[in-house]
Design a protein around this ligand. Sequence first.
Ligand SMILES: Nc1ncnc2c1ncn2[C@@H]1O[C@H](COP(=O)(O)OP(=O)(O)OP(=O)(O)O)[C@@H](O)[C@H]1O
Ligand SMILES: [Mg+2]
Length: 517
Amino acid sequence: MVPGTFAEELGVLLKARFPLLYVESFEESRVLAQVRAVAGQGLPAARPVYVWSVTEGIRTPTGDVVEETSDPRRALDWALDHQHPAVFVFCDLHAHLGSDVRSADAALIRRLRDIASSFARGQQARTLIVVAPVLRIPPELEKDLYIVDFALPGVVEIRRILDNIIGLNSGGRISPDLDEDGKERLVKAALGLTEHEVESAFARAMVAGGVLQESDVELVLAEKRQVVRKTGVLEFLTSDLDLDDVGGLENLKAWLGRRNNSWMEEATRYGVPAPKGALITGVPGCGKSLTAKAIASAWGLPLLRMDVGRVFAGLVGSSEQNMRSAIRSAEAAAPCVLWIDEIEKAFAGVVGSSGDSGTSSRVFGTFLTWMQEKRSHVFVIATANNVASLPPEFLRKGRFDEIFFVDLPTQVERVAIWRIQIGRYVMKAPANTDFPNYPALWEELATLSEGYSGAEIEQAVIAALYQGFADRRPITPDDLKREITDSVPLSVTQAEQVQALRTWAESRTVSASTADA
Ligand SMILES: Nc1ncnc2c1ncn2[C@@H]1O[C@H](COP(=O)(O)OP(=O)(O)OP(=O)(O)O)[C@@H](O)[C@H]1O
Ligand SMILES: [Mg+2]
């Protein structure tokens, strides 16, 4: 058995006689098959498996149905009275655990608590496993329940599904046109889907075009996009920005550049581990979000943004579920870039002891554990302004590969930003084709705009354009100079905050920029 798999973890928990387990998965039949395998062969003494569903009630290992157990409370009573070694798998119980306190079935939760204490103390080895597509844990059960992660099918399992489909069709109407390499690509593309989704993605790919071929990778990826969309917490972004659109930040760009292609088979063979990602903090408006967006298109990877507000927007108890499903979807889309903007907003509550701190620290724990153990090629870019409110665990090594600080641009960086922004806004407009766009001008503007952020420089260019348009004339370098000298930058209006940020960053972070020569 592969260490860390569901089967292994389940084996340990059953041996340790954990009374109540919760498996969050859509894949009931896969879970059941594995529970049966572990309970049957993975233990010193085999344990019979009883399965409850709302339509049948309890079904014994020999296939008989126990009368009058379709009511979940009765079924639980029956399990409670059952004084022999056993594993009970309850499939539809989440509907009774309630999406909030009001809709929960108090009598049923009481029985589960009774089962927890009775199974824990009893002579016989008994365990009850709740299998549900969503995580719903009433607060009363938090201490009694152990959550077991059930991974989606891996490379080996997906390969078996693919071979199966090809085998079934051999000699049939649909001919697969795949070499070993093509098969590997298809299998990789399907990583992150459930068994059922894998089957239907392959089946659909076969029907389309009447042949299964390497180009069907696109179809499988489209299926994954669907899966991501359904979660609601993640969003696919498209961006045509490139790293050339980011002025300065050479240190950060070089660091990112070294991680390009790290998701390729070749990199794995070389022995580089999957990068976890970077946390980018810094002065507002200096290119944190810009870099996050640019990196995905520079690498040709899908860009997913996690809406942290939405993670916490659900009903009580569902934030953790949201975080888990977001993580799972991101893994489904791997290799990809997962951008978590303003991450401190989500986790700010963890430090203080606000009423919600229980939930947010659990959600936070789920995220950190994932970051720590992550093997998948989900490159996380988290951006944060208010670093002081980030819990210290966040900054520990092993979570992010590096923490970068983006400061106000240096002279050289401002030159690059002026060049980019003038190119982007001024030179594109037909009215301004005669604008004197020379390095000497960028140099002069950069000197004038000391203490200004990239966003402020961009705003100055836009303001000049408005002026030019209002006067129905092309803009001149003087317009740009005037806009800059007329505005007061954040580094002046909020000098203390900016200074505090820098002081904080000095000992904890790596500079995103290289010093001007
Ligand atoms: N280094 C830069 N190079 C080019 N443009 C920049 C740079 N920094 C900022 N800009 C311009 O300013 C805009 C805002 O920057 P961005 O959204 O990346 O800032 P941020 O650091 O995420 O700020 P916030 O903390 O407010 O979220 C960008 O879209 C870009 O047009
Ligand atoms: Mg931002």
